[in-house]
Design a protein around this ligand. Sequence first.
Ligand code: GTQ
Length: 358
Amino acid sequence: MINQTIPSNTEDRHAGETASLPEEFRAALRDHALAPLWDFLKAALPHGRPAGVTRPHRWRYADVRPLLLEAGRLVPVAQAERRVIVLSDPGRGPNAMSATGTLYAGIQLLLPGETAPTHRHSPSAARIVIEGRGGFTVVNGQRCEMERGDIILTPGGQWHDHGHDGEGPVTWLDVLDLPVFTAAESAYAEGGHDGCNAEEPLMTLTSELLRQGLRPPRAWRCENPYPMLRYPWQTARAALERLAAATGQACAELAYVNPENGQDCLPVLGFTAMMIGPDQHWQAVPTSASTVFHVVEGSGESRVDDHVFDWSAGDTFSATTFASVSHRATPGQPAFLIRVDDAPLQKKLGFFQERQLA
Ligand code: GTQ
């Protein structure tokens, strides 16, 4: 286990030349694609706590929405494949394709009658529905309706497209483990154009038959590690209220899991639903996971280290590894958040940590 105390290490972050070396020696190293570790060791492995570049940020839906609707006028979905505005970590400079070191987040728009074409990719995604009715996602032939606050999973490697049968704009927050795949140089996609998925009719039929308890021989879904793709918000919300009533607490939290084995519902990304009672203060236990919070209902304020983010429904904010995070809901009404983190990945790698509060 790594040391639990986490001192500030700002002095250690920057690489420096630790020994005076002849310039010819340095040049010879460079010429042979070699580098001296001792100059970079503390930058690569900072002492005590990680030295990330992520800057916690709050993205207001009220700021994103008009720009997304403008994108709806400017950018045809067939051309874009996905019409998404990325929540881009300000700590990484312009156009960063991530909100934290491991979490990508973006807000996607579909207009009535539009379809985002079938594709599949190595990263997994989850959609948290923000606005509109009539949206749906088809995952390996299984249609998932999208209602406000629902989480829809599209696990890595599964074909998926999005459509919209209703009126007005439909928007949702996409969260992907894309940065992990980018770091592993394993991020790639297939399809994204008409007729790219020849298996589609068979997959649609198979998933329909399986729901009726009928399985074609050697069906592709026989060993399905993702038995549940849609987690309706109304179910989660009612469960939070029941849990709060049963425990006599004003706040409650529930993890979204695979209902067949109780394990995390995706390999890298973890999700919880949180209810914060009216005017209640919630102090989170700092962990080694980085986090994106999305506000489903209500309003309030969160502190993430030195940052104070007020928020209301539709807003999204980020927190870094080991951040001190607390929330407060506005008096008069509870607030509901969905928390997304990379704890499942960190647990698999054997370094997930929780820090006891002082
Ligand atoms: O809807 O499949 O925000 O492939 C980024 C990449 C959404 C999607 C994103 C994607 C998608």
